[in-house]
Design a protein around this ligand. Structure first.
Ligand code: ADE
Length: 281
C-alpha cells in the first residue's frame, strides 16, 4: 500500500485510464488511485509489464486492468478505448465510462539536436504530442463529451528549453499549449484538462538513459530548493489533486512540481540543507 494524504473512497465509483500506467510515475499514480477506490486501466505497449503491474495492484485489493495500446496509432487507440469502455460497462459503470484520463506515456532519447534523424524526431513527437492528442480525442468523443471528466497530462520541466532533449521539449511545450486549447473547447462539456510539469524525478525512467547522461541529469536535477530529486509520490499527489474535486475550478493550467528547479539561477543557487519537507511514501 502507498502513503496517501487523500481521503479513502475519494475515487470510488470512478474509472481512470492511465497511459504508461505499468511503470514509474504512471504506476505509482495508478496504485494510489486504486487505493482511493478507483477502477484503474493501465495502458501501455508491453502486455507482460502491464499484467505484472495490474496483478500487483490487485494484490493490494485494488481494481486494475491491463490494456495493450500503442498511443501513436490512431486505429489502435480507437480499439483500446472501445475495450476499456466494454470493461467498464461489464463492471457496472452504466453504458461504459472513462471518468479520468492521465496522459503519462512518453519517451525520448538524449541527443545533440544536430544528430537527431527525421525518424527519431518523428517518433518522439508522435509519442509525446500526437499520442496525447489521439487518446484525449478518443476518450472525449466516446465518453467525456457525454459524461464529463478530467484529464491530466504529464509533461516535464521545459521552461528554459530542453537541451539534449530538444524533441521532447518541443513536444511537451506542444502539450502545454494543447492543454489550454482543450480546456476552452471542452469546458462546456464538463471536462477539465490540466498538466503537471515534473522536475527531475527519482524513477525507473532514468535507468533507460546511458550512464553518462544519467549522471548529468542527476547532477542538475538537484538544482532545486529541496536539494534532492523529486519522488514519484510527489508527482502522483499533484496529478490526483488535479483530477479531484479539490481542483474543480482549475482548468487549462500547468502545475510545476519541481521544487523550483525551473527557477534555478546561478545568481542565487540553492543551498544544501536538511529542512525542506519530503513526502514519505
Ligand atoms: N510508452 C512509450 N511509448 C508508447 C506508445 N507508443 N504507446 C503506449 N505507451 C507508450
Amino acid at each position: 500500500m502507498v502513503n496517501s494524504i487523500y481521503k479513502e473512497n475519494l475515487f470510488s465509483e470512478k474509472t481512470v485510464l492511465i497511459t504508461g500506467g505499468g511503470t514509474g510515475i504512471g504506476f505509482r499514480t495508478a496504485r494510489e488511485l486504486a487505493q482511493l477506490g478507483a477502477t484503474v486501466f493501465l495502458a501501455g505497449r508491453t502486455a507482460e509489464k502491464l499484467n505484472v503491474s495490474a496483478d500487483f495492484i490487485r494484490k493490494e485489493n485494488g481494481n486494475a486492468h491491463p490494456i495493450t495500446c500503442n498511443i501513436r496509432d490512431e486505429e489502435n487507440v480507437q480499439d483500446c478505448i472501445e475495450k476499456v469502455l466494454e470493461l467498464t460497462k461489464k463492471s457496472g459503470f452504466g453504458e461504459g465510462r472513462i471518468d479520468y484520463l492521465v496522459n503519462n506515456a512518453g519517451g525520448q532519447f538524449p541527443s545533440p539536436a544536430e544528430n537527431i534523424s527525421a525518424k527519431g524526431w518523428k517518433a518522439v513527437i508522435e509519442t509525446n504530442l500526437s499520442g496525447t492528442f489521439n487518446v484525449s480525442k478518443e476518450v472525449f468523443n466516446k465518453s467525456m463529451k457525454q459524461y464529463g471528466g478530467a484529464i491530466v497530462n504529464v509533461l516535464a520541466n521545459f521552461r528554459n528549453g530542453f537541451p539534449m532533449l530538444s524533441h521532447t521539449g518541443a513536444a511537451r511545450a506542444g502539450v502545454d499549449n494543447l492543454t489550454k486549447s482543450l480546456a476552452v473547447e471542452w469546458g462546456r462539456y464538463g471536462v477539465r484538462i490540466n498538466s503537471v510539469a515534473p522536475g527531475v524525478i527519482q524513477t525507473s525512467g532514468l535507468d533507460k538513459y546511458p550512464e553518462e547522461f544519467k549522471s548529468f541529469i542527476l547532477g542538475f536535477g538537484k538544482n532545486n530548493q529541496a536539494n534532492r530529486l523529486g519522488t514519484e509520490a510527489e508527482i502522483a499527489a499533484g496529478i490526483i489533486f488535479l483530477l479531484s474535486p479539490a481542483a474543480s475550478f482549475i482548468t487549462g493550467e500547468t502545475l510545476k512540481i519541481d521544487g523550483a528547479e525551473s527557477l534555478y539561477s546561478p545568481v542565487y543557487p540553492p543551498a544544501d540543507h536538511k529542512n525542506f519537507y519530503k513526502f514519505e511514501d
